[in-house]
Design a protein around this ligand. Structure first.
Ligand code: 13P
Length: 246
């Protein structure tokens, strides 16, 4: 049983419609119960549902984040994009930046750095995703890839108190495969060692589910979880939180 303050972040990716909002009732009820102990729940729905989720969570402690933002600090002619100030303005408090599904679409470390800086200026908390591919892991390049992602992604970011790092090995996302406990412990330790002063909180993401949480929660340097598929199912999401604290 852990008594640690843990973060449980639901990344809904490109899923959900207006009727999905009704599935949140169970989670709202759960968020008001003692069972959640010291955990914090954060939902990152697609942009189209942020407003509805905010309304739904009005009287509870669940927070809202977006899944990405544009790097521009002002309005501009960028069709299809939303910047961090617009997100803060509607009530979001978090934003995921650098997810591998966006890195895959040509987001590089430099662009991610600009996004992070604009989000922090807009007073959003940043969930900064890093992780290696399977090929990189096989070539034993995990640490050098993570070092580069951290170095460039957080370049000139002095105050890191609003940064959360989410270690998401790409080969673990949506595959049902999670890293071996000893490897994960070592990688999280390595990430934390990159910070001279206080390290940001480090979360793990990639195929977290109600079954494997029993092992994942034993890795005592993890500060929370970024959950994709399982987070769209209220029961599974609640189970993950409950099992972390049981
Ligand atoms: P899954 O939990 O579906 O593997 O997704 C992880 C993820 O990408 C969260 O950002």
């Amino acid at each position: 049983m852990t008594n640690k303050y843990m973060y449980f972040i639901a990344n809904w990716k490109m899923y959900g419609n207006l009727s999905s909002v009704n599935t949140l009732n169970k989670v709202i009820e759960f968020s008001k119960s003692k069972e959640i102990n010291k955990g914090r729940l954060i939902y990152c729905p697609p942009y189209t549902l942020i407003g509805s989720f905010l309304k739904k969570f009005k009287n509870c402690q669940i927070d809202i984040g977006a899944q990405n933002c544009h790097e521009s600090e002002s309005y501009g002619p960028y069709t299809g994009f939303v910047n961090s100030y617009m997100l803060k303005n509607i009530g979001a408090n978090y934003v995921i930046i650098g997810h591998s599904e966006n890195r895959d679409k040509d987001e590089n470390n430099k662009l991610i750095n600009l996004k992070i800086k604009s989000a922090l200026k807009a007073k959003l908390k940043v969930i900064f995703c890093i992780g290696e591919t399977l090929a990189e892991k096989r070539k034993k390049k995990t640490q050098s890839i993570l070092s580069k992602q951290i170095k460039v992604g957080l370049d000139k970011v002095k105050n890191k108190s609003n940064i959360f790092i989410a270690y998401e090995p790409i080969w673990a996302i949506g595959t049902g495969i999670v890293p071996k406990s000893k490897d994960l412990l070592k990688t999280i330790k390595f990430i934390k060692s990159k910070f001279k002063d206080k390290s940001p909180k480090v979360l793990y993401g990639g195929s977290v589910n109600p079954q494997n949480i029993k092992n994942l929660k034993k890795i005592n340097n993890i500060d929370g979880f970024l959950i994709g598929g399982a987070s769209q199912n209220a029961k599974k999401f609640i189970d993950i939180v409950k099992k972390t604290y049981s």
